[in-house]
Write a protein that binds this ligand. Structure first.
Ligand code: NI
Length: 181
């Protein structure tokens, strides 16, 4: 188990289309080690999600963990630490809502991104079981953000107004009182 280096925006691997995992890879001890490393890395970095390309592995794998409860994004549903292999995401409703997104590969910055707020997610677990879940609101945003990493996309690609790409420190200083965060 190890905390791995997180690649930052500008590293070409973050822009690559990640490849699906084969059944043999899914069942391998190497993959379990990689998942454990991702868990350690996410824990150390303090984010809600991490995709394998962010630690240099161009495969379709992400982990998400949402503590739940009150947050700057409102009252959140808890998502226990979950491993998503070869995930697929489907937008259920086109209406969008914006959030100030951050990314461990873009440290210190936040950007206002509007995304659909209802998605269905399908994925495999480490044992090969299939799962499906619906997520709404901020959680729908989180899943779209994480799975975008598997297609070589970062949140600034989804922004429509780059004046709303800001340093987190300034966001806290200037926008916290406006009700915008
Ligand atoms: Ni990210």
């Amino acid at each position: 188990m190890a905390v791995r280096e997180i690649l930052h925006m500008g590293h070409p691997l973050l822009r690559r289309q990640a490849r699906p995992l084969t059944d043999a890879e899914r069942a391998s001890p190497e993959l379990r080690t990689l998942v454990a490393d991702m868990e350690d890395t996410l824990e150390a970095a303090g984010g809600v999600g991490l995709a394998a390309p962010q630690i240099g592995e161009s495969i379709r794998l992400a982990i998400i963990r949402i503590p739940g409860g009150g947050s700057r994004y409102g009252e959140l549903e808890t998502v226990p630490l979950t491993v998503y292999l070869n995930p697929e995401i489907e937008v259920l409703e086109p209406e969008t809502r914006g959030f100030w997104e951050g990314c461990l590969s873009i440290p210190g910055l936040r950007g206002w991104v509007e995304r659909p707020q209802a998605v269905r997610v399908r994925w495999l677990d480490l044992e090969g079981g299939t799962h499906e879940a619906r997520h709404d609101g901020f959680l729908a945003t989180v899943f779209q953000h994480e799975f975008d990493h598997l297609d070589g996309r970062l949140y600034p690609d989804r922004m429509t107004d780059l004046t709303r790409l800001v340093f987190e420190s300034e966001l806290d200083r200037h926008l916290a009182d406006t009700g915008e965060i």
